[in-house]
Write a protein that binds this ligand. Sequence first.
Ligand code: SF4
Ligand code: SF4
Ligand code: SF4
Length: 280
Amino acid sequence: MKPEMYKGMPAVFKRRDGNFEIKLLVTGGMLSPEQIKRVGEVAGRYGAEVHLTVRQEVSILGVPEDKLEEALAELEDVGLRPGSAGMTFRNVISCLGDTYCFKAAAETTALAKEIGERFTGEKTPGPLKVGIGGCPFPCTRPQFNDIGVMGRVRPELDLVKCTGCGKCVEVCKVGAATLVDEKAVIDYDRCIMCGRCVVNCPVGARYSAEDGYMFFVGGRGSWPPHEGWILQDFVSREDIMPLIERILVVYKEQAKPGMRLREFINTIGFEEFKKQVLTS
Ligand code: SF4
Ligand code: SF4
Ligand code: SF4
């Protein structure tokens, strides 16, 4: 049974309690203090409870139909709109990234905002969900999104500066950092490019030779869950938007209505999809 929408808005719909839910579009999980305050005020005046969705959005529950117009207008005043539902490019989720997290290899929230402003709401054959994580131990699990972006840093060594203190060995979780003759060594076959040795080296002997993102496609979190394919191992910040644009062209031109990106990739094969995206 499809939920009854209010005035055709897929993110404002009737729930089992007979009242409406307003699911607000939030990008990268970031809200201003003014917005969060307004959510509380609107929920207190017209609704019953507030729910934080698994995709970092905010839902106001229990709003009677005859109060929806006032509630929506008060939310709109602080830039909060219902959104991100149905067969569209959905809200972009993100961790805090390098602005706040000590473990981050890359920035995330500004990227989420840029992607969200450019693509969220665009019609797509199936729901298209994007997740961004700032490091290769990602809290947001970007691998399980239709498009996943995961921050990385390629470390290099300046052996003249290295004092052999061993801090990099201590912080490396995959055994890629070792000491040989009291000097650091990087095993690039093991290194997952988390950058933790870089931020923890006390003398700057480990430095970032390159930073960017690993790029996944075709992941899926709901049943049956699937990890996405790695479309590119290392993408620069400026190449992300053009890459998403090319994916959308290929997906929109060829996928049948209702097809998730993973399903579409399976119909033409990952290698063919990759070729079309990277050479178009
Ligand atoms: S994904 Fe990595 S960078 Fe982002 S919050 Fe989690 S640990 Fe920090
Ligand atoms: S943390 Fe820096 S100085 Fe210490 S061993 Fe590693 S590279 Fe050398
Ligand atoms: S970047 Fe991460 S995985 Fe690679 S050597 Fe440094 S700490 Fe280890």
